[in-house]
Design a protein around this ligand. Structure first.
Ligand SMILES: NC(=O)c1ccc[n+]([C@@H]2O[C@H](COP(=O)([O-])OP(=O)(O)OC[C@H]3O[C@@H](n4cnc5c(N)ncnc54)[C@H](OP(=O)(O)O)[C@@H]3O)[C@@H](O)[C@H]2O)c1
Length: 246
């Protein structure tokens, strides 16, 4: 990854922070985004490593003008964008009968809209380089329905699979690959918010009998971002301990 320029949306916490850390340790120049400035500053401190560079941009992925501005800022600073990881998301557990229009629109515009508009914004630059990697971080919830999450979250995560295939076909002859990683039940701050009873039941149902680790997701993302994966596009990589076998 030496000198590759990488954007990890939602890189200030959870899985995204581990992805950014892995990229920086492997020599990349990485920008992490998020809405909360303090979380970004704390993550930057944690991720910093002599092998690579780390920068932060405070922005909201559901704000299309902020997405375009972020992409332009990265190009002005580092002259290219090699890898985009669409990781930022919000998860809620609201029941079907309680989800209102505002909550629906908020979740869908962050999780699905953010993935679409960020990908749209980087493709001109990636096409000019004749090289690029877009990696969408979806979820088991978008494949099999919820373990604990709401219908809006699952629907937005399902939509990411369609975006992966649409962009992958469109960009296939431009040296740009587009793939999805689909985790389930990864140890993270988000998991700490879940009901402990539900977590116990979930763990018992995972064939490998444990939860996943953020590092395991980060390694898959790093692999998909590498030079070795030019023949892999439009694909889904499940990271779920065997919970869903297809
Ligand atoms: N953890 C799991 O077990 C699991 C399982 C399946 C799938 N996933 C997927 O993995 C990804 C990361 O999940 P996670 O558990 O690491 O979540 P997390 O700990 O809640 O982190 C989410 C990140 O996204 C950022 N973010 C949220 N809304 C944003 C917005 N509107 N604009 C910009 N940044 C925003 C957050 O920062 P701010 O809040 O400061 O904006 C934070 O950096 C998600 O796509 C999720 O669907 C996770």
């Amino acid at each position: 990854m030496r000198d590759k320029v990488v954007i990890v949306t939602g890189g200030s916490k959870g899985l995204g922070k581990y992805m950014a850390k892995d990229f920086v340790e492997n020599g990349a120049k990485v920008v992490i985004t998020g809405r909360n400035e303090d979380s970004l500053t704390a993550a930057k401190k944690e991720i910093a490593h002599e092998n690579g560079e780390i920068d932060t941009i405070q922005m909201d992925v559901s704000d299309v003008s902020a997405v375009k501005k972020t992409v332009n800022t990265v190009i002005e600073k580092w002259g290219r964008i090699d890898v985009l990881v669409n990781n930022a998301a919000v998860r809620k557990e609201t029941g079907i009968e309680e989800i209102d229009e505002e909550e629906w629109n908020n979740i869908v515009s962050i999780n699905l809209g953010g993935t679409f508009f960020f990908s749209q914004a980087v493709i001109e630059q990636m096409k000019s380089q004749k090289w690029g990697r877009i990696i969408n971080v979806s979820s088991y919830g978008g494949q099999a329905g919820p373990l604990t999450s709401g219908a809006h979250y699952c629907a937005s995560k399902a939509g990411q699979f369609a975006l992966t295939k649409t962009f992958a076909r469109y960009l296939a002859d431009s040296g740009i690959t587009v793939n999805t990683v689909s985790p389930a039940a990864i140890e993270s701050p988000e998991m700490e918010k879940m009901d402990s009873g539900k977590l116990k039941v979930m763990k018992r149902s995972i064939p490998v009998q444990r939860f996943g680790k953020s590092e395991e997701v980060a390694k898959m993302v790093s692999y998909l971002a590498s030079d070795s994966t030019g023949y892999i596009t439009g694909a889904t990589f499940d990271i779920n301990g065997g919970l869903l076998m297809r």
